[in-house]
Design a protein around this ligand. Structure first.
Ligand code: WTA
Length: 692
């Protein structure tokens, strides 16, 4: 067919790439091909020929330079951005070893710039003012809008001027609680323009979670909308914000202004509850402000944003990213990992409430002057073909999503995909959790018509951008492997004692050295930053993930090794769910583990011990689940409540999660040694109640 010359081929032999790869622990591929384990997908030569990085050799040349001379490598790239004043010397400084004092990372210190200027003004100055910046696709079919770069700048400036007018200054926090309206990236960029620090809270979080974040960062203003439709459901966001602000006030944080976008397709203004003196309609005030606004020039190390993420304790962590390094890193990773070209139309299905939406809906793409699709709705509304409808409508060429969506669409059958053309697609991307080989294959063969390389990007809120990712067209791919490190990144796999493992190995994934996009601290708690990330294996950043490196040097992520679970690509701390459960008056104790889930990747499985004398019931089960929805958000609701008369504990009172995980996944013959339990009988009780 017409597409066949562009297809990637499955081949059984490949010319060996250069073998100068010892630093990477990669080996010549020739050998590997004999083995069955290796299922290589080779990029089509025509694809490679046009790619930024067209061969393993080219990758290695760039990679080697990035490791041997990070200052030179990143300076050359950083010079392509607009700096009011160039950074000083050294280009970067770091101490990543707790034994040597405070953990400290700085890149381009002394450089004066503004990321909003680089996203908008710089692209407009380069002649792209009339290029589409955002194709916005509403929840309902046929509801859409566009903004050119010029128009986006005007909107951003109006909001920036308003924020300045109400007293928001450089360094002040602004909380954004918005769904995927254009106003969400507009709000982020407006904050960046005036040097304010945005803290976007995913609009699926409950009022209690929102309030907790507000109390932590104390914003002057919260930006939200009255309501949103997702699929057939109307969600009253303003009600959630009202409850959060009332809560915050009780805890000593009074927010002066709640700027509310009237999203009248979901709810009329008249039906929106209103607090006079605090609440302001976005549309009423913004049009009065000028469409230009001077930028606040900031130091590369001035904070850009805070984003709260889950850890292994109950309290969410405020991950802090600064300006210069994050800017350079997100733009560069975007360009190379998606082989971005100015003619591409790019769609990332993530919500801006998560890091993926920060780095790869807003900043990375816009720094490159890309055309970005922003989708308000749900991928299965009105039916599960919606994604491909959108791909065809906007001629999307780069489609970036999460394995959970791939798996759920896979279950709906191929016809919902193949009825759409999808011929604009060039590159696919995956993020959030390991993509299992069968989902990879379906994504590759069915969605991408065996034509589009898949960039399986491994990274974290903390890392700012991709750390391990394929570069399309460079290396042969292995379904399910995130392949090799990005430029400047030195992943190491260590054993439990922190010794670096060489060659084919499996262990804890750490990173040696820093990269420009790394987070700089946890807001207000530098000590927790040091203990959480730099103390487990001194000298390294510890990711919390497990990883295997195969004999060809490919990396295979194996999931979290700490008490964090990954549900549909969302990070949830087991401790957060447990503390929500035990706040229920009838719950005495709870232990939460992750369990394999066909669509979500991991499901939430909760063992619950009730207060003495309270009987088990389905109503109680529902009410426990409601408590978690209310305290965290619907996405954290347990899939399963398992009644537990007692929990398996050691004599010192530590819950043995290893045993709970086995019971949750019904691997009852693999319970292992239970002799250290204080009361071995609880295991049998739990097994007896497994299906009740
Ligand atoms: C997991 C999301 C395997 C991992 C960008 C990590 C992945 C956590 C991948 C971070 C991937 C993300 N392959 N696992 N391609 N991408 N993860 O902070 O466990 O929401 O530690 O950042 O997601 O989640 P976070």
């Amino acid at each position: 067919g017409a597409g066949s010359s562009r297809r990637l081929r499955h081949v059984s032999s490949v010319a060996a790439p250069p073998s100068k790869v010892s630093r990477l622990n990669a080996v010549v591929l020739g050998d590997a091909l004999a083995s069955k384990e290796d299922d290589l997908v080779i990029p089509n030569p025509d694809f490679s020929a046009q790619a930024h990085v067209h061969s393993p050799g080219k990758y290695l040349e760039m990679y080697e330079r990035s490791i041997e001379d990070p200052a030179g490598f990143w300076s050359d790239i950083a010079s392509q951005f607009y700096w009011k004043q160039k950074w000083g010397s050294p280009v970067y400084s770091e101490n990543l070893d707790v034994r040597k004092g405070r953990i400290d990372i700085e890149w381009f210190k002394g450089g004066i710039t503004n990321i909003c200027y680089n996203c908008l003004d710089a692209n407009i100055a380069a002649g792209n003012g009339d290029k589409i910046a955002i194709y916005w696709e509403g929840n309902e079919l046929g509801v859409d809008a566009t903004l050119t770069y010029n128009q986006l700048l005007h909107n951003v400036c109006q909001l920036a001027n308003y924020l300045k007018d109400i007293g928001v200054r450089k360094g002040d926090a602004v909380v954004i609680y918005l769904p995927m309206l254009m106003e969400l990236p507009i709000a982020m960029l407006a904050c960046a323009r005036i040097g304010a620090v945005h803290s976007v809270v995913f609009a699926g979080f409950s009022s209690e979670s929102l309030s907790q974040r507000i109390v932590d960062c104390k914003p002057k203003v919260v930006l939200t909308c009255n309501a949103v439709k997702r699929g057939p459901k109307v969600i009253h966001l303003k009600d959630i914000v009202d409850a959060a602000l009332a809560d915050s006030a009780k805890n000593g944080t009074v927010v002066d202004v709640c700027l509310t976008y009237a999203n009248e397709s979901a709810l009329e203004k008249e039906s929106t509850k209103w607090v006079e003196g605090r609440d302001i309609w976005w549309q009423d005030v913004l049009s009065k402000y000028p469409t230009s606004c001077d930028v606040e020039w900031v130091d590369a190390e001035d904070p850009l944003f805070l984003l709260y993420t889950s850890g292994s304790t109950g309290k969410p962590k405020g991950v802090l990213h600064t300006t210069g390094g994050y800017m350079v890193y997100t733009a560069t990773t975007f360009k190379y990992a998606f082989d971005y070209k100015p003619s591409d139309v790019y769609w990332c299905t993530a919500d801006c409430g998560w890091i993926t939406g920060h780095s790869y809906v807003t900043y990375g793409p816009m720094l490159n002057g890309a055309t970005v699709v922003v989708f308000e709705g749900a991928p299965n509304y009105p039916d599960s073909g919606r994604c491909w409808d959108i791909v065809d409508k906007y001629k999307v060429s780069i489609f970036y999503t999460a394995p959970t969506l791939v798996r759920s669409l896979m279950r709906e059958g191929d016809e919902l995909v193949t009825r759409y053309s999808r011929k604009s697609l060039r590159i696919l991307g995956s993020v959030g959790e390991p993509i299992n080989p069968s989902a990879w294959r379906w994504f590759f063969n069915v969605v991408g018509d065996s034509r589009c390389p898949i960039s399986d990007t491994w990274w974290q809120t903390e890392t700012g951008g991709f750390l391990i990712t394929p570069l399309p067209g460079a290396w042969p791919q292995k379904p399910g492997s995130a392949t090799f490190p990005f430029f400047g990144v030195q992943p190491v796999i260590v054993d439990e004692k922190g010794a670096e493992l060489e060659g084919e190995c499996s262990g804890y994934l750490c990173v040696k050295g820093s990269w420009p996009g790394a987070f700089r601290t946890l807001y207000g708690d530098h000590e927790r930053y040091e203990t959480t990330y730099f103390s487990a294996f001194p000298g390294y950043y510890f990711s919390g993930d497990g990883c295997r490196r195969d004999k060809d040097g490919y990396h295979w992520l194996t999931g979290r090794v700490d008490d964090v679970i990954n549900v549909s690509g969302h990070r949830i701390g087991t401790a957060e769910v447990e503390s929500a459960l035990v706040s229920h008056p009838q719950c005495a104790e709870a232990a939460v583990v992750g369990v394999e889930h066909e669509v979500k990747g991991q499901g939430i499985y909760a063992f619950v011990t009730l207060v003495e004398g309270v009987p088990y019931s389905d109503d109680l089960r529902k009410s426990l689940i409601m408590t978690v929805r209310k305290q965290i958000g619907a996405f954290a609701a347990p899939d399963r409540i398992h009644w537990a008369p007692g929990l398996p504990k050691t004599r010192s009172g530590k819950i043995m999660r290893r045993i709970l995980r086995k019971i949750a996944s019904r691997q009852l013959d693999e319970l292992g040694d239970t002799s250290t339990l204080a009361e071995p009988g609880v295991v049998d009780q739990l097994i007896a109640l497994a299906d009740s």
